[in-house]
Design a protein around this ligand. Structure first.
Ligand SMILES: Nc1ncnc2c1ncn2[C@@H]1O[C@H](COP(=O)(O)OP(=O)(O)OP(=O)(O)O)[C@@H](O)[C@H]1O
Ligand SMILES: [Mg+2]
Length: 364
């Protein structure tokens, strides 16, 4: 799939923007704080109905304005899609796809798929487990509506369980058994999907990582829960929840379950989070992103759009070359502050845009 055009109204620092994209590579150049990331953010928003850098939709509305609009036209193998998003000042939003109003945000998943790679993604490798869980949750939701449903249900039950634990209302503790049955049912589906995703990251990511590192490094992803049948995972989770009940009552929080799981990333058998060099950590993210593209391609039959926000300059020449050489069949939106290095590696046609204070002009 590829984006044909985008229109922004009162989105971040754009009052009115209309852009037609190239089917291949699109490069946005500009100094700091001109609006490059804002464009990428608006595109990303259309893929999951959320920003990659804020959970507060209100921040997306141009200062002193009341609503923000994004219109994205996407060309796909089958039916083309027009995504229209309105974000209102009160924090509400409305989404239409081909002029039909969506009832739930989950109906947007899969309409338009984008894979974003920005400096922030280094957190997947370097920081707390919540970034890795978030990565898995977003990627799995794009592919499996069931996953998103189970995740929403799981989080609802988890919230209720935690509220009960915090209430110290011991006469209601018999509810814990019911919560734990529900948590293990939804939780086992989440865990099984995540384990399967990690298996695929290994299958696909290992080759990608070998290619990028010229066979010097072997990457390995390991989920924190052992791979068993979903039934067994469900039983194990129930048993753990039951075993931890009295501890959870004291702490007032649920201490086990997929909301606490993690996966680790090893390079040549060593934990990248703890011992990886900056370059190794960046390369691990690069591998994850390109593997993600491949998984989306295989599972949806459509090539996603790649968004590279400010990452090229952070990588060495051989990694930059790897990326730029991999772009021949995938629409890519690149932002950077200069183009000197990139131009010599780009093959074929591309569109180049200049971004200055919320005004974008095509450079011909
Ligand atoms: N809601 C908003 N309304 C108006 N302007 C905003 C809003 N939110 C952010 N901005 C402004 O948008 C500008 C551009 O932001 P953006 O992150 O796109 O810059 P950038 O070109 O990617 O810069 P950098 O190279 O530093 O990453 C910033 O100056 C910021 O103050
Ligand atoms: Mg930026």
């Amino acid at each position: 799939m590829h984006i044909k055009s985008i229109t922004l109204n009162n989105f971040r620092n754009y009052e009115n923007l209309n852009l037609e994209f190239h089917k291949g590579v699109n490069i946005f150049i500009g100094d700091n704080a001109q609006g490059k990331t804002n464009i990428v953010e608006s595109i990303y928003y259309c893929s999951i109905g959320k920003s990659n850098r804020t959970s507060k939709d209100k921040e997306l509305i141009k200062w002193k304005k009341t609503n923000a609009y994004i219109n994205l036209y996407v060309s796909r193998e089958r039916i083309d899609k027009k995504i229209e998003i309105k974000i209102f000042n009160e924090g509400k939003k409305g989404i239409n796809v081909n002029s039909i109003k969506l009832k739930k945000i989950s109906e947007l998943f899969g309409v338009f798929n984008a894979v974003m790679f920005s400096p922030e993604d280094l957190k997947i490798v370097k920081e707390s487990p919540s970034y890795r869980r978030r990565f898995l949750d977003i990627e799995l939701s794009k592919i499996y509506p069931r996953y998103y449903f189970d995740l929403v249900q799981y989080n609802k039950v988890l919230e209720e369980r935690n509220a009960l634990l915090r209430s110290r209302n011991s006469s209601a503790y018999e509810m814990l058994q019911i919560y734990d049955l529900q948590l293990s049912r939804f939780g086992s589906s989440i865990i099984k999907h995540r384990i399967n995703y990690i298996i695929r990251l290994n299958e696909i990511g290992k080759n990608i990582h070998k290619e990028i590192t010229q066979n010097k490094e072997d990457i390995q992803f390991n989920y924190s829960i052992e791979n068993k049948s979903q039934k067994e995972i469900e039983e194990d989770l129930y048993n753990k929840l039951e075993k931890n009940r009295s501890k959870d009552i004291v702490k007032g929080i649920t201490s086990v379950g997929p909301h606490r799981d993690d996966f680790n990333i090893e390079i040549n058998g060593i934990d990248t989070k703890i011992f990886g060099s900056q370059g190794q950590q960046r390369t691990a993210v690069l591998t994850i992103k390109f593997a993600t593209i491949d998984i989306l391609k295989k599972d949806t039959g459509e090539v996603p759009v790649l968004l590279l926000d400010d990452v090229l300059s952070e990588l060495d020449i051989s990694r930059q070359k790897y990326i730029l050489n991999s772009l021949d069949s995938i629409q890519t939106i690149i932002t950077c502050t200069g183009i000197n290095d990139i131009q010599s590696y780009l093959y074929g046609q591309y569109k180049l845009f200049n971004v200055k204070d919320g005004i974008v002009t095509e450079v011909k």
